[in-house]
Ligand binder design. Structure first.
Ligand code: PLP
Length: 391
């Protein structure tokens, strides 16, 4: 083992303590009212599509994020799919998304029959670079009465989807400027950023619609789940309608007015969500302490930086992230091997989406920063309960 691997492992050990025998990347924690709420839900027999917890959970989410409306769904991918439809994405359109994202961002675009168009990221936020996006749009797009089109493919460009990577907010002021300049609707993929704020405002509330995920590895979990956030009453109503089989409320009549989806969050999952959301401030507090511990120990280290929250932002530090100063897949994989062998579950960032077989033919901008980030980012164990574990 080289010096850099030894230093890297030693730092993990100092922050996290002994693995005994294994430290997962991110584990949920059920130390609040989870058992009570779920039991109450079971006792009520309303475990499925009807029940008070879905409404509670939606109200709590809206209050917490400051969005006027929250609509609870089965998962984050479904939420993004419906949010894109409601933003006006049609089959054959292109949607601008970061190349550096989880595959669900691109899949949601595909589920609309649309084509992802991959955009570069910036080092500070790990999210879409608004200035690179502006220059790129200037080169390849045409504005007409039809809206914005790609001058090379002739397809309409229907929306832009900023994603707040590992909880670090995108530079939303600049991104909204670009989106407004080109009349592009913004749909935020805030799946990873519940609890993250940009200039004090919660992520997912800047665009026309925003989406959250409550998968088992996210900041809070409902087992599986997601939500759409919006300030638009009409869009919120449509989101609810389209995700509940487009059924008109009636005591016995089955009248549906569109081909729609059964994407609603079951009451049982919402019960878990209410209990989890009650603890979010505590989770965030402890995750921030853990991030500070990582930051301190990696500050001194040669060759490795700790990714800190961007200026004007408060990150939820969903997944703590290290960055190799010299991007290298070889070095990255050596560090990953050393950490995983020692019982610390560490992961690389995602393979860039345009390199996946089903997205290989999609258009993409030049991606110099995303390419470097791909070879330099490493996620380290990030569960809230790890704060102070090494002491
Ligand atoms: C988790 C995640 C999603 C999708 O969430 P699911 O609930 O797993 O469907 C979407 N986008 C990003 C960036 C994610 O990390």
């Amino acid at each position: 083992m080289d010096k850099i691997e030894q230093n890297f492992l030693h730092a993990l050990q100092t922050v996290l303590g002994q693995p005994n025998p294994f430290v997962p990347l991110h584990e949920p924690e059920f130390m609040g009212n989870e058992w009570e709420r779920v039991k109450d839900c079971l006792d009520s027999t309303f475990v499925s599509s009807i029940g008070k917890y879905v409404d509670h959970f939606e109200v709590m989410l809206a209050e917490y994020t400051g969005a006027k409306y929250a609509v609870a769904l089965v998962n984050g991918t479904a939420a993004l799919h419906i949010a894109l439809l409601l933003a006006g994405v049609k089959p054959g359109d292109e949607v601008l998304i970061p190349a550096l994202s989880f595959v669900a961002t691109a899949n949601a675009v595909s589920h609309c029959g649309a084509i992802p168009h991959f955009i570069d990221s910036e080092f500070e936020t790990l999210g879409i670079d608004p200035f690179a996006l502006n220059d790129y749009l200037n080169d390849f797009s045409l504005s007409s009465s039809e809206g914005l089109t790609n001058r090379f493919t002739g397809r309409r460009i229907a929306a832009v989807v900023p994603m707040h990577t590992y909880g670090h907010p995108v530079d939303m002021t600049s991104l909204l400027d670009v989106a407004n300049r080109y009349h592009l609707p913004v749909v935020e993929d805030a799946a990873e950023s519940l609890g993250s704020r940009y200039q004090g405002q919660h992520t997912g509330t800047f665009g026309r619609l925003g989406t959250l995920s409550f998968n088992g590895n996210k900041v809070i979990t409902t087992g599986g789940g997601g939500a759409i956030l919006t300030n638009d009453a009409e869009l919120a109503q449509q989101a609810k309608h389209l995700t509940t089989t487009a059924k008109h409320p009636h005591r016995w009549e089955f009248f549906h007015d569109a081909v729609a989806w059964n994407y609603r969050l079951p009451n049982l999952n919402a019960a878990l969500g209410c209990a989890q959301l009650e603890q979010l401030p505590d989770f965030l507090h402890r995750k921030r302490l853990l991030a500070q511990q990582y930051q301190e120990i990696y500050r001194e280290m040669e060759g490795i930086d700790f990714v800190v929250e961007p200026a004007n932002s408060q990150s939820n530090y969903w997944l703590n992230t290290l960055e190799l100063r010299q991007p290298s897949f070889e070095m990255r994989d050596r560090l990953l091997t050393a950490a995983n062998d020692a019982g610390y579950q560490c992961r690389p960032t995602w393979k860039l989406l345009h390199k996946l077989p089903m997205y290989a033919d999609c258009p993409h901008a030049p991606l110099p920063v995303a390419e470097q980030l791909e070879a330099s980012l490493i996620n380290v164990p990030s569960s809230a309960k790890l704060a102070g574990a090494g002491i």
